[in-house]
Design a binder for this molecule. Structure first.
Ligand code: FES
Ligand code: FES
Length: 161
């Protein structure tokens, strides 16, 4: 079947089989290899994407569900100012993410900041728990996302003046 949807800001159409998962379509039809496919059960956070702005593991989303909806992968998100705010926030907090978790952390934090301009520490930790990581301490993660929120707010302020 054909599947029209919006991918990283562009109208696209994919040919999919019933039973295809979104992660497979993104990797195989669109070569978006920032979407990984590891656990394939929604646990590792390696295949996270934004579906209509909401963070979802694409390995558990049936492809047909995205008909007419909007998907943003890390490849698209990395082109945004919001992504740059997060990069700056993580740098300011002294966090270096690894290739395993980098895209998931950015998308998870970005989705949270869309909903909450000033998230509480607990909200940040809950959101980032979608991307299991034992190498970064919780306090640093909170600082990174709060710093990103500051960068974002400053950018919006300077744009408005
Ligand atoms: S591949 Fe692990 S959450 Fe999707
Ligand atoms: S920094 Fe990537 S998994 Fe911990």
């Amino acid at each position: 079947m054909t599947l029209p949807f919006i991918l990283n800001g562009e109208d696209v159409v994919a040919r999919v089989r019933s039973g295809d998962r979104l992660s497979e379509v993104l990797r195989e039809s669109f070569k978006l290899l920032g979407v990984h496919s590891d656990c394939r059960c929604g646990r590792c956070g390696r295949c996270l994407v934004l579906l209509d702005g909401k963070l979802v593991p694409s390995c558990i989303v049936p492809a047909f569900r995205v008909r007419g909806r909007e998907i943003v992968t890390i490849e698209g998100y990395a082109q945004t100012n919001e992504y740059q705010d997060l990069v700056a926030g993580f740098k300011a907090a002294g966090i270096e993410t690894c290739g395993f978790c980098d895209s998931g952390k950015m998308l998870a934090a970005g989705a949270l900041l869309e909903r909450r301009a000033r998230p509480m520490p607990q909200e940040i930790l809950e959101q980032l728990s979608a991307v299991p990581c034992r190498c970064t301490d919780a306090e640093a993660l909170v600082k990174a996302v709060q710093a990103a929120a500051d960068f974002r707010a400053r950018r919006h302020f300077s744009r408005g003046h």
